[in-house]
Design a binder for this molecule. Sequence first.
Ligand code: SME
Length: 136
Amino acid sequence: RQGTLTEKLGDICRFLKKTVPGYDWVGFYLVDLTKERELILGPFDGEPTEHVRIPFGRGICGQAAESEKVLIVEDVSKNINYLSCGIKVKSEIVLPIWKEKKIVAELDIDSHTASAFDANDQAFLEQVCDIVSRII
Ligand code: SME
């Protein structure tokens, strides 16, 4: 598809949110290349969030960035290092995106349903992240 990277990432967010039941907020965080070790909110679909910049280590997103691991949180209310994006959110998945072995972005999805994400979601979303890694 033609278009800027921002448009493409926005399309992916809208597609996932519209297509998959339980994906209630879908967005990308981009690693700040100038300041490093900080995430900046990129394209997303869903309610606006106050968490526009997230230092590595903070929240689920910051923990995923630091550990470079996929994080699935079944019940966000039980996670002490969590940055709330709305009272309706119950579960979350965050996947790192690498480019030449360096983490460059993350895909973050929130659900209003508890335990909405399982190994199937992870496998599917890892494929999405692989595609994103090629266009980013
Ligand atoms: N819940 C995330 C913050 C980002 S919002 O979900 C969009 C976290 O704890 O890192």
